[in-house]
Design a binder for this molecule. Structure first.
Ligand SMILES: [Mg+2]
Length: 198
């Protein structure tokens, strides 16, 4: 894993990556009448404006409730502080809404120079838009960046942008991944990076 030594930029998904997953997505899907496996945001995009606005509000409420219950994922705070203390570039890229994202980061006690929520990008993950936008804002190339996330869409967005990728499984079996590195928790990523980063 020598290639880890070439990294200087770390882009993090928020929910389920820096935080313990708390949103009950199956329950939310039932409330919104969105089929299992279908993207909630994409399903809502396809609705007529009025129905979409009503359901968007249900999503926002669920996100705010979850934000109030935020708990850091195992080793997440230590990992981010380790990277920031060494002067590496960091960002958060989330499909969550900007207000819930801000509250979550406040409760975690973390600050990032770049935070992109779904309102900030035209196409959310798995599109590479947010990753490319974050790299531009940080003035860093994709070649020395790693996108870290707990879902396939995080990995796809990083790969499409030309960054390396790390999947955080949280101990779940989530099928084969194209990620360059697969770890159980941020704690394990921290352990790998401590060995290889200067
Ligand atoms: Mg996530």
């Amino acid at each position: 894993m020598e290639w880890l030594a070439g990294l200087d930029t770390f882009l993090f998904d928020l929910d389920g990556t820096l935080t313990m997953p708390v949103i009950d997505f199956p329950a939310l899907r039932r409330a919104l009448n969105v089929a299992p496996g279908q993207s909630i945001l994409h399903a809502l995009d396809a609705l007529p404006a009025q129905e979409r606005a009503a359901k968007d509000e249900i999503v926002r409420q669920a996100e705010m409730e979850a934000a109030h219950k935020t708990r850091p994922n195992k080793g997440a705070l230590e990992l981010v502080r380790f990277l920031q203390q060494r002067g590496f570039s960091t960002a958060v890229i989330t499909r969550n809404n900007a207000k819930a994202c801000k509250l979550t980061l406040e409760l975690l006690g973390l600050e990032f120079p770049v935070v992109l929520a779904r309102e900030h990008v035209k196409r959310v993950k798995p599109a590479p838009d947010a990753v490319l936008q974050a790299l531009e804002l940080l003035r860093r190339p994709a070649g020395s960046a790693m996108m870290v996330g707990d879902w396939h869409d995080d990995i796809s967005s990083g790969r499409l942008a030309g960054a390396s990728t790390c999947l955080v499984t949280n101990g779940h079996e989530i099928g084969p991944s194209e990620a360059d590195l697969v770890v159980e928790t941020p704690h394990h990523l921290h352990a790998h990076l401590s060995l290889h980063l200067a």
